[in-house]
Write a protein that binds this ligand. Structure first.
Ligand code: SF4
Ligand code: SF4
Length: 504
């Protein structure tokens, strides 16, 4: 039977024993209610209860009785528990008491938590390793889900002049300050439309690297349609990290991925990506990451994964484009995303994996369904401290994007949305403008995400997805948040079932 603490006995001394016990139990559970910033999340899935403890990053298995009590505590609904439920909950209450005594369910140290202005200053003073250079703000393709088409800069056909490219590389070195590495990410449009400039800027950056004693790393995001043996050799020689947009089986993917004449391009893209991948494999380098976008007729995640794995791609990321017209918040981010590939049908598949009793079979399906990167992402995020206010990505810092005019945008997704220009290569960062941008994002985090149990795992919705065309930045979309929280419950359960229970 649950024994109330001395403090709780004092409050209930004049009541009959049974009533004292209930009252103490209610007090204990009510003391776990943290409406401003939840410190835990209790849930059940596939007939098992779980507790995710934010400060320790632990995920514990719970009895379903304990999970029921903790869910009521988390929701501030202890008064709604029936007396009979509490009378029968002695062991579950002891379980929770023990968990508390072990140091879980603890209040965070609010005193040392940075404020929004302090965090804004820290972000502004950050020395950034990476800069995105948009060497060509047009593309050889016209994909039906492309955000660049929506932004209106897709068809502008602008090539970055060489002197602007060099000025941006200079700027990238200045931004890195004392950092030992400068990372340059070639982006578009389609960067291979201006490959000569890529080559020239790599050469220029290497000279600066020697001068300033800095290491260099290069990255590129491309559709690979224009890949040639010469380009592939260059990318291998310079050890580029490459992400290629590949949507899978051409018979389906071509419904979205056409060139300007309306011809499908998926086969050419696959051939181009393989050309590079095979050379990377021989050189022992990290192979291209295939980034697939689910959209329209090509929305079957498992088919896309099976096809790309069948074509020999080992590194595959799948995301959903959703319905562009219905909800821009559905657009995929280019960076790894905690919900990537596990919303909608993906979530159903994830729950099916979770329901598998045989651990080996479960893990085989985790690999086959491409869930390992998301599981690893969850594992990493669990180890992070709750130091919000937070922004989920390097926006305005390591994703700063420079265009052919020298405009600086917080990331490539903003390019073409003039309200979000945060400086220029010539004049540097517009500090008040970037401070105002960060301040709005962080305040949104404080008013929305701070109350959310998934805040450490999620970090907040993509800033661009929260940004309206006229410069207004809103809180996260409820639809997005529901998807993240459902996915995270499934991922946490899967994570827990993949390793020995801490309490068993
Ligand atoms: S974006 Fe939504 S799910 Fe993510 S932390 Fe914020 S409120 Fe939670
Ligand atoms: S704002 Fe969104 S698209 Fe831009 S870097 Fe961050 S996650 Fe990616």
């Amino acid at each position: 039977m649950y024994q109330p603490t001395e403090f709780q006995r004092h409050d209930t001394a004049s009541q009959p024993q049974e009533s004292q016990d209930r009252s103490a139990a209610r007090q204990f559970l009510a003391s776990l209610y943290y409406p401003k910033a939840p410190v835990f999340h209790a849930f059940d899935l596939a007939d098992r209860g779980y507790l995710y403890d934010l400060s320790s990053g632990a995920v514990l298995s719970l009895t379903s009785e304990a999970a029921t009590l903790l869910k009521a505590a988390e929701a501030g609904e202890v008064d709604g528990l029936e007396d009979s439920e509490l009378d029968e909950a002695g062991e579950a209450l002891e379980e929770l008491q023990l968990i508390r005594e072990l140091g879980f369910l603890a209040l965070p140290d609010e005193e040392s938590r940075p404020t929004v202005p302090q965090t804004t200053e820290a972000l502004l003073d950050h020395s950034s390793k990476s800069t995105q250079i948009l060497v060509q703000t047009s593309c050889n393709l016209k994909c039906s889900y492309c955000y660049e088409v929506k932004n209106g800069f897709h068809g502008t056909g602008k090539r970055m002049p060489a002197d602007m490219g060099r000025a941006i590389v200079d700027f990238a070195f200045q931004r890195a300050r004392k950092r030992g590495v400068v990372d340059i990410n070639f982006f578009g449009g389609e960067p291979l439309l201006n490959f000569e400039l890529v080559r020239e800027l790599v050469d220029y950056a290497e000279k600066l690297g020697v001068e300033h004693r800095k290491h260099l790393s290069f990255r590129m995001t491309t559709n690979a349609v224009l890949m040639t043996p010469e380009i592939a050799d260059f990318l291998v020689e310079k050890r580029f990290g490459v992400m290629v947009s590949l949507d899978g089986d051409p018979s389906k993917a071509d419904s979205n991925r056409k060139d300007h004449s309306g011809r499908g391009t998926s086969r050419k893209a696959l051939d181009g990506a393989k050309l590079l991948r095979d050379r990377q494999r021989v050189a022992g380098l990290r192979e291209v990451t295939a980034r697939a976008t689910l959209f329209g007729e090509n929305s079957d995640r498992q088919n896309v994964l099976d096809f790309l794995h069948g074509e020999g791609f080992r590194r595959v990321m799948v995301g959903s484009a959703g319905d562009l017209e219905a909800d821009p918040a559905e657009l995929p981010a280019s960076e790894p995303d905690p919900v990537e590939g596990v919303e909608g049908k993906g979530l159903t598949a994830l729950r099916a994996v979770l329901g598998m009793k045989d651990p080996e079979e479960r893990m085989r399906h985790v690999h086959e369904r491409g869930l390992s990167p998301t599981l690893n992402h969850v594992r990493e995020r669990l180890q992070m401290a709750d130091v919000a206010p937070s922004i989920s990505c390097g926006v305005g810092r390591n994703t700063l994007a420079a265009t052919e005019h020298g405009d600086l945008y917080p990331c490539h997704r903003y390019v073409g949305q003039k309200e979000y220009v945060v400086g220029s290569v010539e004049d540097g960062i517009d500090r008040p403008k970037l401070a105002a941008y960060y301040g709005t994002l962080l305040s949104g985090y404080e008013s929305h995400c701070r109350k959310c149990w998934a805040r450490i795992l999620c970090g907040g919705q993509c800033a661009w997805e929260r940004s309206g065309d006229s410069g207004d930045i809103t809180g996260p979309s409820p639809k997005y948040c529901d998807g993240v929280r459902s996915s995270m419950e499934a991922m946490l359960a899967l994570y827990t079932e993949s390793q020995p229970s801490l309490l068993s």
